[in-house]
Design a protein around this ligand. Structure first.
Ligand SMILES: [Ca+2]
Length: 201
């Protein structure tokens, strides 16, 4: 998928991309980075990870609330980051979480926002359903059009460890690929109306 993007052209509760990660043990640390581009003024979900664990169906998702809030959901707790107002442009987002300390980091375009703590000592089950463009309310489903992404997504990577600042800067310049999800060799399945297009800028 190098040099390509997923385009989500319409608001719908069906269009999404399923990713197939290689996760073999429960996650105590996680990092997700991606680029997104959207002119939505309502909130939308770019990345959601669900598990079949009762009461913990959606242990991890990233929810953007224009113009200046990013919410990171970890095991039933939302952490709200106030960010700089987004301009209408591609944005590079990295989220890291380390269960040992609970520290959550949000990086936007290489800038680290004040760190927070969430769900220290918990973990995320290994059996995961990862979906782009929709928020899952159940394992692999339960979508809501009013939370869907209309726009473009690219350069998604995921790791089973917390990235260092050096790692984040390497990710931004394309020199550090995910060990759980790797955009360069991405296994994906498109459902509904999602297009693969060249990245034009
Ligand atoms: Ca929902």
């Amino acid at each position: 998928m190098e040099g390509k993007v997923f385009v989500f052209p319409h608001e719908a509760n069906t269009s999404h991309v399923i990713l197939r990660p290689t996760i073999t043990k429960p996650l105590q640390e996680v990092s997700v980075c991606l680029r997104s581009y959207s002119d939505l003024s309502r909130s939308y979900t770019v990345f959601s990870l669900a598990t079949p664990v009762p009461g913990r169906t959606t242990p991890f998702f990233i929810y953007l609330q224009p113009p200046n809030t990013c919410s990171v959901h970890i095991n039933q707790e939302d952490t709200y980051f106030r960010t700089d107002s987004e301009s209408l442009d591609w944005r590079h987002i990295c989220v890291t979480w380390d269960s040992n300390t609970g520290v959550v980091q949000l990086w936007v375009n290489g800038k680290l926002y004040p760190r927070r703590v969430s769900m220290k000592g918990s973990s995320i089950a290994a059996e995961t359903s990862i979906v782009l463009g929709q928020e899952q309310d159940s394992f692999g489903g339960g979508f809501d059009a009013s939370q869907s992404l209309v726009g473009e997504i690219s350069d998604i990577h995921m790791w089973d460890y917390a990235l260092t600042p050096e790692d984040v800067h390497k990710v931004i310049s394309g020199r550090h690929n995910g060990n759980v999800i790797n955009w360069v060799s991405l296994y994906y399945e498109i459902k509904g109306e999602v297009l693969v297009q060249p990245r034009l800028q």
